[in-house]
Design a protein around this ligand. Structure first.
Ligand SMILES: Nc1ncnc2c1ncn2[C@@H]1O[C@H](COP(=O)(O)OP(=O)(O)OP(=O)(O)O)[C@@H](O)[C@H]1O
Ligand SMILES: [Mg+2]
Length: 558
């Protein structure tokens, strides 16, 4: 009871006394009826209401506090003891009229919305000591649980956790009025949900004891020289990859905005510092700002190349194959172009058209197909195509020699997507050709391919494009590593999955992509379930130096 309650109590007692006098002595003359009684009775009623509400609040708080206390449990990990409190997320019943008022059809939708606001407010309320885990193993929302936990030390006691948990519980219930957090009592519910892993520590399913010893396997992540970040959870274990593994290629997957380019920036910078020559084929023109120290080739100073500088017949066939895929040539058109390219000396439109005209006798349908072929090829000579391709442009050797150190090739100014694809594919082809031919082992190269479905696309027959995909295995011998970035892994050739050794998977929402990732990485249901719950800049990392997939908060690039 507080000092400010004393006047209310005094008034209450006085009111009660006078009222009792008025009614018990009604026959006597002692106290006549007066309006003061009404005033006093009113004051007494207000006082009663205030006191009852305070008491109710106190009793409510006491009940919540003791229920949290009785649901508190501790886990002893290798680096000390942790206190946990678990809450079930329970959706309140809602009348259909109220739902209609909120303009929401489905009650689950409402719960999900509110839970999302709750998670946001939790993120804002985060503090250094208290950790929060949302366990959504029991999808959908009604099975969701929220765990608060702290590591016990001199400052952190269980009382601190209880206080914080109570504050957060009321914060959540404030922003999410249709869900409530009910402490999971160990008395009535001896099985408590836990996240599948807290940091690098995997829990064996569910916890059924108040006290539990967990042996951590911190050695799961072996040495690395490119730091990526730390695991998410109790143990913030540093995670990274080894630069020597880069030659067996990296795949970065994730929905738009999930953090792919940030992660790729981090790795590209580190590799450049380690003496790799880095070439970023920047599809959207976003890297220059992020890595200003890299050489930059953009609209004002594009790398002009000479597509016919490749001499071997095989490589010309490869270029025809790539052009044919992008520009949709028939087999006959590809063959005609191939013969024509072998004939011409210079990458010159007139020479090429003459050669195309001369290579095979024509029937009417061949004439039609020839016209279609030349119409499509003109793109490489006119407009932007004319600025990027030229017989005076860089040969594949000159291009590879030029691209030392860190380099960004901005493709975003090439509006025509087919031209953008053709140009960037030829650049990649040139680099591969150079390393294949020179077998230069003194250089180490790392090539970043954003929007990689443009390079490793699947054709209508379900097979991938041969040129770049078949190079994946071979080029690692020549110290060339690729970083293949895409938001839709299911649209790239499955060979990419097989031939990339390091996989960094940011949040993916599409079911078809999630399924494909889970299958190819043989993820457990629990691991697969995490993929769409990752936040921005968080990723599941699989690499030769990491024994099992870990979830990492990727370092923001400095
Ligand atoms: N590791 C990180 N740490 C902090 N913030 C990050 C991190 N990664 C990404 N972000 C935030 O997320 C935003 C989007 O990241 P990014 O541009 O890398 O996404 P993306 O997956 O490449 O998207 P898109 O598919 O649209 O290219 C960034 O602008 C940044 O604000
Ligand atoms: Mg990006």
């Amino acid at each position: 009871m507080k000092a400010r309650d004393i006047p209310a109590i005094f008034l209450l007692l006085l009111g009660l006394y006078l009222l009792s006098r008025a009614f018990t002595n009604s026959s006597a003359v002692a106290v006549p009826f007066s309006p003061i009684y009404i005033v006093l009775a009113g004051a007494a009623a207000v006082s009663v209401a205030v006191i009852v509400s305070r008491l109710r609040h106190k009793i409510g708080r006491f009940i919540v506090k003791s229920s949290i206390d009785s649901s508190l449990y501790s886990i002893t990990l290798e680096d000390g003891e942790y206190y946990f409190v678990g809450f079930k997320v329970v959706g309140k019943e809602i009348a259909p009229e109220e739902l209609a008022k909120l303009n929401i059809q489905n009650v689950t939708e409402l719960y999900i919305k509110e839970l999302e606001s709750a998670v946001e407010s939790l993120q804002r309320a985060k503090n250094r000591y208290l950790k929060v885990a949302i366990v959504t193993l029991l999808d959908p929302v009604p099975g969701t649980a929220v765990l608060f936990y702290i590591k016990k030390d001199d400052k952190m006691s269980k009382d601190y956790l209880i206080e914080e948990a109570m504050i957060l519980k009321s914060t959540i219930e404030g922003v999410a009025p249709h869900i409530s957090l009910e402490p999971i009592s160990l008395k009535t519910n001896p099985v408590l949900p836990l996240p599948g892993s807290v940091g690098a520590v995997a829990f064996p399913g569910y916890i059924a004891w108040k006290k539990y010893e967990v042996k951590s396997e911190l050695t799961d992540v072996e040495g690395f020289d490119i730091p990526l970040g730390k695991t998410i959870g109790v143990h913030e274990v540093p995670v990274g990859i080894r630069s020597e593994d880069v030659f067996r290629h990296i795949a970065i997957f994730g929905a738009t905005g999930s953090g792919k380019s940030f992660t790729s920036t981090l790795i590209a910078r580190e590799l450049a510092k380690k003496g790799f020559d880095v070439v970023i084929l920047d599809w959207h023109g976003e890297y220059h700002e992020r890595i200003p120290e890299f050489n930059y080739y953009g609209e004002k100073n594009p790398l002009v190349i000479n597509p016919l500088s490749i001499e071997s017949q095989e490589s010309i066939a490869d270029i025809v194959e790539m052009l044919g895929d992008v520009l949709d040539f028939s087999d006959a058109q590809k063959f005609r172009l191939y013969l024509a390219l072998l004939k011409v000396q210079e990458f010159d439109l007139k020479a090429l058209l003459d050669a195309i005209n001369s290579v095979l006798p024509d029937t009417q349908s061949q004439i039609d197909s020839k016209i279609a072929l030349t119409r499509k090829l003109v793109m490489m000579f006119a407009g932007k195509g004319g600025e990027l391709f030229s017989p005076k442009g860089l040969s594949y050797k000159e291009l590879a020699e030029k691209l030392r150190g860190g380099n960004i090739i901005d493709l975003s100014f090439i509006r025509n997507t087919s031209l953008r694809r053709i140009y960037s594919m030829i650049v990649v082809k040139f680099l591969l050709e150079y390393f294949r031919e020179t077998r230069n082992k003194t250089r180490k190269m790392y090539v970043v391919l954003e929007e990689a479905q443009n390079y490793f696309y699947l054709k209508e027959n379900g097979r991938g494009n041969v040129v770049l995909t078949s190079a994946l295995q071979e080029i690692r011998k020549f110290n060339v590593g690729l970083c293949i970035i895409t938001q839709s892994p299911s649209t790239v050739d499955p060979e990419v999955m097989k031939n990339t050794n390091i996989k960094i998977i940011h949040s993916i929402k599409s079911n078809i992509d999630k399924k494909m990732i889970a299958e190819t990485l043989s993820l457990s249901d629990q691991e697969a379930g995490m993929i769409d719950k990752l936040g921005q800049g968080e990723a599941m990392v699989v690499a030769p130096n990491i024994k099992k997939p870990v979830v990492v908060k990727i370092l923001p690039p400095s």
